[in-house]
Design a protein around this ligand. Structure first.
Ligand SMILES: NC(=O)c1ccc[n+]([C@@H]2O[C@H](COP(=O)([O-])OP(=O)(O)OC[C@H]3O[C@@H](n4cnc5c(N)ncnc54)[C@H](OP(=O)(O)O)[C@@H]3O)[C@@H](O)[C@H]2O)c1
Length: 315
């Protein structure tokens, strides 16, 4: 069977437009490529440049933007909100994803608090209010719990999600970096839209530990962070990573994709229909992911790349 992305709307026939994927039965529809905003604080962009970046993403069909309360030392949501505030139409055209649950250390009265996780009812609700205020929006499309905590109480979290959904402040809920067991436990109590996890040619864990298969079984698309290994596929010069870089460069050439595009195409070939996050502020880098989202990698080519990544053939 062909592994075509789930598409809705009229985007299908536009070759340079990003398809949409429905994250969960009746759930939030995101673009197959989501613009990750983690590094926005490093991009040193004026408000106008941030507006233009968001507009150009939307023009390509990349309508979903990934945040977290802590990105850029808790500055990124406000930078994005400042850009949204300067346009009346922008916020109606996009989906906001944000995360909460990691409490960064604070310094008050000479006392340094520990970095820790807080997934309590009170903390999650307060985080949602803070994110809405910083982003300057009335609702969050998808809220993710950033990291699992050994102290999390699944019943309490499900009740919290129910309350927040009833308030209209968040439409859909998911998690990030959860194991298969943690995901299943919370998903039994409250229907989750996604699990956002790390995956790349440099980190195959989610493919090897059953996580992807369990999500495919539930018809839930994972979201993929650091698809390019945080850039190390292209900047790390160890012999093995250079071989991987060369292999994706060659694969890209044969498919009309950039090396990064070939990595995205390799990831999006998986039948759990991963939604990939970009990490760059360069519109060209985001466009490379969009081009890849319209390409279906041949299975033999996929296995050739797997062999180079692993350094050995399949059993
Ligand atoms: N849930 C979580 O725990 C979690 C953790 C980390 C990240 N995330 C999310 O995932 C998003 C993506 O993660 P990431 O930033 O680590 O992604 P990534 O795409 O693996 O890495 C992005 C880095 O790669 C560099 N890069 C080098 N060559 C590139 C090329 N040809 N094309 C594109 N980028 C290239 C970029 O540099 P340039 O800027 O110069 O292009 C940028 O510094 C984040 O923005 C965030 O939204 C989530």
């Amino acid at each position: 069977m062909e592994n075509k992305p789930d598409t809705i709307g009229s985007d299908k026939d536009v070759s340079m437009s990003c398809p949409k994927v429905t994250m969960h039965q009746g759930g939030v529809a995101l673009s197959r490529v989501v613009a990750g905003m983690w590094r926005m604080g490093d991009w040193s962009m004026s408000v106008n440049a941030r507006v233009r970046l968001i507009e150009q993403c939307i023009e390509m069909g990349v309508t979903s933007f990934d945040h977290a309360d802590i990105y850029g030392d808790s500055s990124v949501e406000a930078l994005f909100g400042e850009a949204l505030a300067s346009s009346v139409t922008l916020k109606k055209q996009l989906q906001i994803i944000t995360k909460c649950g990691i409490k960064l250390p604070t310094h008050t009265g000479g006392i340094r608090s520990l970095k820790h996780y807080n997934l309590s009812d009170q903390y999650i609700k307060k985080s949602v209010d803070n994110s809405l205020q910083k982003l300057g929006v009335e609702k969050i499309d998808l809220l993710l719990i950033h990291r699992p905590s050994p102290l999390m109480d699944f019943d309490e979290m499900a009740a919290t999600f129910q309350d927040i959904r009833a308030s209209g402040k968040v439409l859909h809920f998911g998690v990030s970096n959860f194991t298969q067991t943690q995901f299943a436990a919370l998903n039994r109590r409250f229907p989750l839209s996604t699990n956002q996890v790390e995956f790349s040619p440099l980190n195959l864990n989610a493919m090897n530990d059953g996580l992807f298969e369990s999500l495919q079984d539930l018809n839930i698309a994972p979201m993929i962070w650091s698809a390019l290994g945080g850039g190390s596929i292209f900047s790390n010069h160890t012999a093995h990573i250079q071989r991987i870089h060369q292999a994706f460069t060659q694969a890209g050439l044969s498919m009309g994709l950039s090396p990064a595009g070939a990595v995205y195409a390799w990831i999006m070939r998986l039948p759990c229909k991963p939604v990939v996050l970009t990490g760059s502020g360069r519109i060209q880098a985001i466009a490379e992911a969009v081009t890849a989202s319209n390409v279906q990698m041949d299975a033999l080519q996929w296995f050739e790349l797997l062999e180079i990544i692993r350094g050995h053939e399949v059993a």
